[in-house]
Design a protein around this ligand. Structure first.
Ligand code: KIV
Ligand code: ZN
Length: 533
């Protein structure tokens, strides 16, 4: 293994740390869909999950290893494991089908974690780490070790732990700012200190992992690159535990747009145009939308790179400048992240072939059945909406690849409301045993009435914690996208649906979230409590 690559390795942990975001739980099919998108995006490593955490996680890692990671040119597939034999063995079993498997094992090194969480001494940590790295190494060659909470660990102790991990065979040492506490200059100095004080550091790649509690994760990582880090652990849209992880799209585009600044830190001349990562930046937007749709984690409009406003110019002065010369107010091209300019694409009279080829141009690969179903949705939409844009098509396709099983299926929804009226909803739902049940309810508003009517049929207790509507496109006939999050026994379940009628979209999103909850309840018996890292 080349331990000082002249480019930056992108390690994506959307499916592991990202999935730890409250409400972002994904089923196995959804994880596979995201893993395929990550491979298309060109990430070097996919951290597919934490196999010992639950049978569902084990299955997801195994399936990703066999279907996305089985070829010689596939990304490395990685599984997380605490520094215990059981965890490491599970990770190795789940990763067996991968052509390039990696075990990522971790143990905390900060005094706070040692004293209160692990109840272990520093000496014990110094013994466990090499023992567990060697154990992981007995299964496969590619082993990554993380000293959890490195950002708050005593650097002198950290150097000793890392030296032992590398001596035992770790090929990557990952430095996590677990609680998002460090500042960029401190984090850069930490990486420099490791480079200068760990005697065998040239035998491993230095990686970084960090959370965004102070909004500094991306800045910290860029300082780390300047000081010798060559692997960045990040997630799409920056999702993850608490305030999330460093965002993949921000890191990649910072390294891309400012490559003449970063080149010299990687031993290149400033003018080199050689990309600093292997990411196909044109896949960024599509991957971001997919992750947002499947996790239900909405991207804030002003989010860098992938937010709805990231390339919009509102002020007259800016618009004037951009019209005169793009570079006046734009540092990157919207097309470089895969945003298309194509506004009006298809309409009522467009045929199947035009539909299929536009989807192909947008980069969607659908099976024949998915294409047929999507085409039916397209025709229904075209009856109600004159112009179908790329964003509409994207919403249709995302609905189609929504893989929550239809245990409960919405057959009919009807709502009456207005001023001086009591909002009333009637629904008909096909239940898992195949029967069709109808019920009605009165609520404080149409959505409340709707949810109450659905609950009367479905009968799964839950608390609706958020409801949001976003327009997919502009205009009075715009497609409305509804995202719903509900809670049951402390866990959050989310789902989305799009329709020109926001009441229909709300009903579909709510039923879909209930289906997720239903699946989780079915799996609960065989699934031990999820471990949190
Ligand atoms: O934040 C963290 O420390 C982690 C480790 C498991 C790498 O997620
Ligand atoms: Zn983390």
């Amino acid at each position: 293994m080349n331990t000082s690559p002249d480019r930056v390795i992108i390690f994506d942990t959307t499916l592991r740390d990202g999935e730890q975001s409250p409400g972002a739980a994904l089923n196995v099919d959804e994880k596979l869909t995201i893993a395929r998108a990550l491979a298309r995006l060109g990430v070097d490593v996919i951290e597919a999950g934490f196999p010992h955490a639950s049978p569902g996680d084990f299955e997801a890692v195994q399936k990703i290893a066999s279907s996305v990671g089985s070829e010689a040119d596939s990304p490395i597939i990685c599984g997380l494991a605490r520094a215990t034999q059981k965890d490491i063995k599970s990770a190795s079993d789940a990763l067996r089908p991968a052509a390039k498997p990696r075990i990522h094992t971790f143990l905390a090194t900060s005094d706070i974690h040692l004293q209160y969480k692990l109840k272990k001494t520093r000496q014990e940590v110094l013994e466990i780490v090499p023992e567990m790295v060697a154990y992981a190494k007995s299964f496969l060659d590619d082993v990554e070790f993380s000293p959890e909470d490195a950002g708050r660990s005593d650097p002198e102790f950290l150097y000793q732990v890392l030296e032992r991990a590398i001596a035992a065979g770790a090929t990557t040492v990952n430095i996590p700012d677990t609680v998002g506490y460090t500042t960029p200059s401190e984090f850069g100095a930490l990486i420099r200190g490791i480079k200068e004080n760990v005697p065998n550091i040239d035998q491993a790649i230095i990686s970084v992992h960090g959370h965004d509690d102070l909004g500094l994760a991306v800045a910290n990582f860029l300082e780390a690159v300047k000081n010798g880090a060559r692997q960045l652990e990040c997630t799409i849209n920056g999702i993850g535990e608490r305030a999330g992880n460093a965002s993949l799209e921000e890191l990649v585009m910072a390294l891309h747009v400012r490559r003449s600044y970063f080149n010299p830190f990687l031993g290149r001349p400033p003018e080199s145009t050689e990309p600093l990562t292997k990411i196909n930046t044109k896949e960024i937007y599509r991957t971001s939308r997919l992750v947002s749709n499947l996790t239900g984690m909405i991207v804030q409009p002003n989010k860098a790179i992938v937010g709805a406003n990231a390339f919009a110019h509102e002020s007259g002065i800016h618009q004037d400048g951009v019209l005169k010369h793009k570079l006046t107010y734009e540092i990157m091209d919207a097309e470089s992240i895969g945003l298309t300019n194509n506004q009006i694409v298809l309409g009522k009279l467009s045929g199947r072939n035009a539909f299929r080829s536009r989807l192909q141009e947008l980069g969607f690969e659908l099976s024949e059945t998915e294409l047929n179903n999507a085409f039916i949705q397209f025709k229904e939409m075209a009856d109600r909406k004159k112009e179908i844009t790329d964003r509409d098509l994207e919403a249709i396709v995302n609905d189609e690849i929504d893989t929550v099983p239809d245990h409960f299926r919405l057959e009919l929804v009807q709502v009456s409301c207005g001023n001086n009226a009591r909002p009333t909803a009637t629904v008909t739902i096909r239940t898992p045993d195949g029967s069709e049940l109808s019920d009605a309810a009165i609520g404080t508003g149409p959505v409340d009435a709707l949810c109450k009517a659905i609950n009367r049929v479905v009968q799964i207790p839950n608390e609706l914690i958020s409801f949001s509507v976003r327009e997919v496109t502009e205009g009075i006939d715009a497609l409305g996208e509804v995202t719903i999050r509900l809670r049951y026994e402390g866990r959050t379940y989310s789902a989305r649906a799009a329709d020109t009628d926001i009441i229909v979209a709300s009903a579909r999103a709510y039923v879909s979230a209930l289906n997720r909850l239903h699946v989780a309840l079915q799996q609960k018996e065989k699934t031990p409590k999820m471990l949190q890292v």
